[in-house]
Design a protein around this ligand. Sequence first.
Ligand code: ARG
Length: 435
Amino acid sequence: MQKLRLITWCLTANIILLTLHSGAKAANKEEPITVVVTADKMLDVAKGTFLNHPQITIRNGRIVAVEQVGATIPAGARKIELPGITIMPGFIDMHVHLTSDPHYGGYRGLEFTDNFWTAVGVANAKKTLDAGFTTVRNVGSSNYDDVAIKQAIEERQIPGPRIIPATYAIGATGGHCDTTEFPPSLTVPTPGVANGPDEIRATVRKLRKYGAEVIKFCATGGVFSKTDSVSGQQYSLLEMKALVDESHMLGLKVAVHAHGASGIKDAIRAGADTIEHASLADDEAYTLAKQHGTWFSMDIYNDDYILAEGEKNGTFPESLEKERMIGLKQRQSFKNALKAGVKMVFGTDAGIYPHGDNARQFKTMIDWGMTPIQAIQAATVNAANALGRTADVGEIEVGRYADIIGVKGDPLNDVTLLQSIKFVMKSGEVIKEIK
Ligand code: ARG
């Protein structure tokens, strides 16, 4: 009887799912299959050069030709003309938290029910895409919210970028990836907390099972955790090795939250793919990163926002104190890492500052030593490389998704133009039109 009921339930659920799915397909049908985009210029982000009067042909969301105006246009193609616009590939932010909002600092977040944050994430997904970020890596959220938002975007229920979800960030008891703001009698679920190689391996397996496509862990303390030291190491090299080994075995890359030098270095030695923050990295860390091919993803705009708005937002005083300790050092370290030749990707930690403002970091990266094209490469070709997704994203190139954004003017002359994106296309679908 029980079994029968289960079968009936499964059948009903399947019918509902099939109906929803064919609904989504029907909506898709109205989209033309071939689209041709023309513009004033195209920034070839790999070469750092411009192509005049580009003509991009797109079929079923992927680029099939990159030519110049005058080349043949397939019959029946929908034409999108962007006069006066410079196009480039959609940006990739390697470090966001869609379900976080900086305005609810300290204990303010406790006023809301758990799924409030899912709704916040839905709104932020739209803001992110409208800002020209067509791909993001969400490196930590509760309740598998990032998987839910990703699924809703892919089912075309809501607009948003392509998401690589990490689900929960993994970390040691009492560390940055644990909840450090409650008294002992108040226990909250912490599915990302794991201690020792075995527990860590099991946690990686569990998170992958429920949708993680990248594994994030905390190697050191952090700014926004209440009771730890920002620079202190929180996993041993042995623990990190187990985590990276397990993740790589499952085909997942590893992103490591690390501010302090010893944690950064052990994470690199353990084989991590990207070091997030990297605030107090030293010369030995740069050398190791170069030896191992490890990417740095440094959120160097954040400091401005936290120091200006943190108090108003209710941020813990302990966090503000820690920010004052590392903010400037992180920027100096960015400059030094760059000089040393460490490979860089663009990661903002949006959620710490408002989503949709992701592109503000380009200017900070230039103020601290990058050329405009280097900063743009960090958010395109480099990010695609670090993700292992060069077949899909990061360049306007045959075979990749038609993720195309446009600005008015020359972004190599003025990177702040990237803060007001005029045109956004994701997988051949127009998200933001020129007005
Ligand atoms: N999520 C990071 C942390 O709590 C944010 C650090 C922000 N500060 C900075 N200077 N990047 O540690």
